[in-house]
Design a protein around this ligand. Structure first.
Ligand code: NI
Length: 182
């Protein structure tokens, strides 16, 4: 396994729409394993292939306390959604930035292929539902900051650019561990 580099806002590659996976082969399984290693190391509770500059419809999630129940979704589709939930989110591609979104569905039913290429359906609520929706946005080239005002998004971009200028990275500040970083 290998740890991959995570793209950061406003990198234009994060705006790429990912292509469907034709077959879940060894290459895709290797990507899943590398993405899980990268997510756990970050640390985060979810990661989309887009964030590691691979533009295929693959995402990984683990919202468990012990971080020992990895889930992989290939070609995920949301079949049902209901309710609305307000929750604070962070993103590995927007380091150190947290904000409250009101646009997530509280319960979803998602269909995808697993690591073995087998189709499955899963009902999700709570953090898992938020996480899957956040990651599926990444596959469309969309970031959680896109739900915020233009003014806020511009401020965030400037803040990250300033941090990178001063420290060479904007990745050093993920202090609010109570907020999921996906
Ligand atoms: Ni994210």
């Amino acid at each position: 396994m290998a740890k991959l580099n995570i793209l950061e806002f406003p990198d234009p590659r994060l705006r790429t729409v990912a292509r469907p996976v034709a077959a879940v082969d060894d290459e895709v399984r290797r990507l899943i394993d590398d993405m899980l290693e990268t997510m756990y190391a970050a640390p985060g509770v979810g990661l989309a292939a887009t964030q590691v500059d691979v533009h295929r419809r693959v995402l990984v999630v683990d919202v468990t306390q012990d971080q020992n129940q990895p889930l992989a979704f290939v070609n995920p589709e949301i079949l049902e959604r209901e309710g609305a939930v307000e929750a604070e989110e962070g993103c590995l591609s927007v380091p150190g930035i947290f904000d409250t979104l009101t646009s997530r569905s509280s319960r979803i039913v998602v269909r995808a292929l697993d690591r073995d290429g087998k189709r499955f359906e899963m009902e999700a609520d709570g953090l898992l539902a938020i996480c899957i929706q956040h990651e599926m946005d990444h596959l469309e080239g969309k970031l959680f900051v896109d739900y915020l005002s233009d003014l806020k998004r511009t401020r965030i971009r400037k803040k990250l650019e300033k941090e990178r200028r001063e420290n060479g990275t904007a990745s050093g500040r993920r202090e609010r561990s109570s907020v999921p970083v996906i």
